[in-house]
Design a protein around this ligand. Structure first.
Ligand SMILES: Cc1cc2nc3c(=O)[nH]c(=O)nc-3n(C[C@H](O)[C@H](O)[C@H](O)COP(=O)(O)OP(=O)(O)OC[C@H]3O[C@@H](n4cnc5c(N)ncnc54)[C@H](O)[C@@H]3O)c2cc1C
Length: 329
């Protein structure tokens, strides 16, 4: 008997089924459509990332013209005016069965008039699209095929058993943090620090009882400033006052690292984390797992604070720059 290998990649045209304004800075969009019965992941979405292909204004989504095998190269090969923009988002939830199966995505309305605290940052194609989205609109979707999610990848949250959790997010990582905490066992312990543009953006998230939660409204203060202060307090790291750039360096490669994507198995700085982890494991500090995501500069500063000053092992962390100030994704 011959078996045909099934691709873990699902490439779909996603149709907007419902648009819900959650708060000044967030809009929740539910997507469905043909083929959604195959949408993964099967289990908790955690921080599952997916790719959205935003079509050029007034043009159709080019999904049908892209072969899912080698989809990225195929997309790049399209003529530029037809290509649109590829962006990364989080599956806040995957709900329903069969033809009713839907993907839920919470979009930050950065740059949109009326967004939290007067709009924040310049607009980009995805944020602009989400701000105007209506039922029936379409985007392309690259997501895991149900039952093949391990081969697709895209979930970074992977703590060990019984580890204390330190979770840090800005508004772009709040959907992932929310999805993570809502699937944790009820006896989970730790701390979550979430910085959003405004107090009106403190969304309804179900945390386990044993998790301290710290919501921060940024308002007019610099991005990440209050997150670092609160983290320092939560981890009992002594009085603050040092600017982020003066926190202990993790070395020149980590300092230069613009993308900031570091997990136990990968470092965008190129540091050998296996070696670093082994060294640190010998010095203890293994009972805490940190998951930190948001704008790259804040994530980098958190890494200095948690690893450089707090002594957290780099084999027990996921530090992820979800976007960078002044740079389109
Ligand atoms: C794994 C992963 C998961 C993500 N999940 C989500 C999610 O669930 N929801 C979500 O909203 N975002 C999420 N993001 C972030 C999202 O991909 C970026 O915000 C992306 O830049 C938005 O695309 P855009 O076309 O709107 O802006 P771009 O064209 O990429 O950027 C245009 C300009 O806007 C700036 N910018 C981008 N994002 C922001 C922002 N949030 N605030 C202020 N300025 C900004 C850029 O620096 C640039 O100057 C995720 C990113 C990653 C890597």
């Amino acid at each position: 008997m011959t078996t045909t290998a099934v691709s873990p990649v699902l490439l779909l045209t996603a149709v907007v089924r419902r648009v819900e304004r959650l708060s000044p800075s967030f809009v929740r969009i539910r997507f469905g459509g043909r083929g959604f019965e195959h949408l993964g992941p099967e289990g908790p979405t955690l921080d599952q990332r997916v790719k959205l292909l935003i079509p050029p204004a007034g043009r159709p989504v080019p999904t049908a013209r892209i072969d899912y095998e080698g989809w990225y190269a195929a997309w790049l090969a399209l003529p530029e005016p037809e290509r649109g923009h590829l962006r990364t988002y989080t599956a806040r939830a995957v709900e329903g069965e069969d033809q009713q199966r839907q993907l839920v995505v919470d979009f930050v309305l950065h740059g949109a008039p009326g967004a939290g605290f007067g709009g924040h940052g310049p607009a980009g194609p995805a944020g602009t699209w989400a701000a105007a989205a209506a039922v029936g609109d379409e985007v392309g979707l690259v997501a895991p095929r149900r039952g093949h999610e391990d081969d697709f990848g895209g979930i970074e949250f992977a703590p060990g058993a019984d580890q204390r959790l330190v979770l840090v997010a800005d508004e772009t990582a709040l959907p992932a943090l929310a999805s993570i905490v809502e699937s944790l066992p009820p006896d989970s312990r730790g701390v979550a620090v979430v910085e959003v543009p405004d107090a009106a953006d403190f969304l309804d998230v179900r945390f386990p009882a044993g998790m301290e939660r710290h919501w921060i409204a940024r308002r007019a203060r610099p991005r990440g400033e209050q997150t670092l202060v609160r983290l320092r307090e939560c981890l009992h790291l002594g009085p603050h006052g040092r600017p982020a750039r003066d926190l202990p360096s993790l070395g020149p490669a980590a300092d230069r690292d613009e993308d900031v994507w570091e997990t136990p198995v990968h470092s965008s700085s190129g540091d050998d984390l296996v070696a670093v982890g082994e060294l640190q494991a010998r010095s203890g500090a293994g009972d805490t797992y940190a998951w930190v995501a948001g704008d790259s500069d804040t994530v980098k500063a958190c890494r200095r604070l948690l690893v450089g000053e707090g002594g957290l092992s780099r084999s027990n962390v996921a530090f992820m720059g979800y976007w960078k100030h002044g740079r389109a994704s």
